[in-house]
Design a protein around this ligand. Sequence first.
Ligand code: AMP
Length: 438
Amino acid sequence: MLTLYNTLSRQKENFSNGEKVNLFVCGPTVYDYSHIGHARTYIFFDFFVKYLRSQGRSVYYLQNITDIDDKIIKRAAEENKDPLELAKEFTKKYLDDMKALGVDAVTKYAPATEFIPDIIGQVERLIKKRYAYKIDGDGWYFDISKDDDYGKLSGRNAAQAEDAISRIDDAVGKKNKGDFCLWKFSKPGEPMWESKIGNGRPGWHIEDTAITEKFFGPQYDIHGGGVDLKFPHHEAEIAQQECASGLKPFVKIWMHTGQLLVDGKKMSKSLGNFITVREFLEKYPADALRWITFTHHYRAPLDYTEALAEQAAKHIWNLSALVRKMELITDTKKSPSLTLKTDSLDDDLNTVKIIAELFEDTNVQNVTSLFGLFGISLLEPVIPSKIEQLAKEREQCRTNQQFVQSDTLRKEINDLGYEIEDTPKGPFLWPRFSLSLW
Ligand code: AMP
């Protein structure tokens, strides 16, 4: 039985859903290149979905793209570009980056600007039910004091929301400091959509609930995202959707990934301390980032260093060598079918534990099976014919008991960048570790 840690109940819960699972994960705000912190979150959910599917569940994986937002408008103004064009450009880059990382489990990407009527519809319902109020010249705001349940995800109440640290809308005239914007009235030069509630554009939180309501209805199975979004973003989503529909719970299970850190600080676009996915891929293989992701528990923080990336690539190199050597010895190629015991994964996706178990019992089938599950490819280096030839000559010398010559040939092979190991089925050749193997 699969158990998942639910941030809302603060405990692991049995996930006894039937065959169909509706999952939504917050997508990026597209005003810059995606970084490896984003990648950690998306690689994890990609794996999670593939794992559920491998168990026979049919998962609809929905992800929004925040393609209209203050940050996009600000960046576009700095670069003298049209905000919607800038967002389109970075949406494409984001999708290309995900492809390069092998992240391909998403069923539907939903850019907010394609769902404006749904967003307006949800704001109108909140206005009608008196959860929303208008600030002239500014926009429509959600009144958190009207929602008795506000704060249940993050453990804050309406008063505590006043110490909010991030991305709470600043505005003069709000009833409570934690009130957040649902719809912003248009300002000159900004993108806007005409509507009866006033021409303008969506607030950040409402786009997600409007999109999920459109695809899944007012209640669904799992909502994911990085832990940085727990408050205020996810708290606001719960408030909006539960107040708009009157139905609870909005989402059964909330899953949050830990942050990828550099020098103890969150890697983020706004702090400027980020390594883009593209920069990472110039130096390391995508699989190294997948290995780094899975060797850390998904809920724990992950301290990124260059050494970690190199070490990850080395592990893939070592394990690939082991598999290829055993293939030579046993003269069989193993298929990546799942043969591993997955109890650790069923325990809130404990990838760290299943990797530790692999190292306790490193058999070829388990490595192949785990790599398949993690979407990591085993290396299959082509050995140059010159090296093969030297290895053959060395073998001949060994048969003739010409050990001095055979040692000389071994040294020559080593000097050319290859390791050689004698097996009952002949010599096993493997390139010395180098990042250029990928
Ligand atoms: P953003 O574009 O900042 O809204 O982020 C998009 C997704 O990436 C969200 O689910 C974030 O929680 C996640 N994310 C952003 N930065 C990091 C980080 N440093 N580590 C892990 N996840 C992150």
